[in-house]
Design a binder for this molecule. Structure first.
Ligand code: DC
Length: 218
């Protein structure tokens, strides 16, 4: 059973995906965290977002490990917090644009899913369209830009990251644009995905909605 949750940044996909995976005892795979690892690696090694060859080599060289408690490891270093830094958020979208980079990551994502025991909840931008076009359930989770900025602001405060709400909104709008216009793997709703506008929904309501879809499909 593969559940694909796609949608724009800060729409609450990972919060929902984590809870859903827990409830179903499935493996959660955060593909955004994987591209964030590439962005962090690029930042640290001065690989420019336009240096496609450098990004391809980095994508091939880096080892990413996602553990059961949703910690993220880059070449054996725990980078769970580091990949949430606003500089990394900003770079994650451009470094994930070149098609060869995406193809390397899509293979990594499929391989991770193969190792799952019960089922997989995978969230990202192109899961239902490219990574698993045959996913059992596809959700396209959206929320208004204001609501997403608010959610990201609250999340940042909890992590001790201090960015003004207006700046977050501006970053989200820029990231939406890059994510939707990257050609291969661009953010778009799969034709057979269920679109879920979560602007006025609680996290629990979203989790329950998808959970019921899973029960219905069994
Ligand atoms: O979901 P997120 O905000 O952690 O993702 C970070 C960036 O990674 C996002 O701006 C676009 C990119 N991404 C992608 O291109 N494809 C995915 N499947 C997941 C994320």
């Amino acid at each position: 059973m593969i559940i694909a949750i796609d949608g724009p940044g800060a729409a609450g996909k990972s919060t929902v995906a984590k809870l859903l995976a827990q409830k179903l005892n499935y493996t959660y795979i955060d593909t955004g965290a994987m591209y964030r690892c590439l962005a962090l690696y690029a930042l640290r090694n001065n690989i420019d977002a336009n240096n496609v060859e450098g990004l391809i080599k980095a994508s091939e060289d880096i080892e990413i490990f996602l553990d059961e408690s949703n910690k993220v490891f880059l070449n054996n270093e725990d980078v769970t917090l580091a990949i949430r830094h606003p500089d990394v958020s900003r770079l994650a979208s451009p470094v994930s644009c070149p098609r060869p980079v995406r193809e390397i990551f899509v293979t990594k994502q499929r391989n991770l899913a193969k190792k799952a025991i019960n089922g997989v909840v995978m969230d990202g931008r192109d899961i239902g369209t490219v990574v698993f076009p045959d996913a059992n359930i596809k959700i396209y989770q959206v929320a208004s830009c204001d609501e997403r900025a608010k959610r990201r602001y609250i999340e940042n405060v909890a992590k001790g990251i201090n960015v003004p709400l207006e700046k977050i909104k501006e970053d989200i709008e820029k990231r939406d644009y890059t994510d939707m216009n990257k050609g291969y793997g661009a953010l778009k709703k799969a034709s057979d995905a269920i679109e879920l506008d979560t602007t006025n929904m609680s996290i629990q309501e979203v989790v329950d909605f998808i959970y019921n879809k899973v029960l219905e499909s069994k």
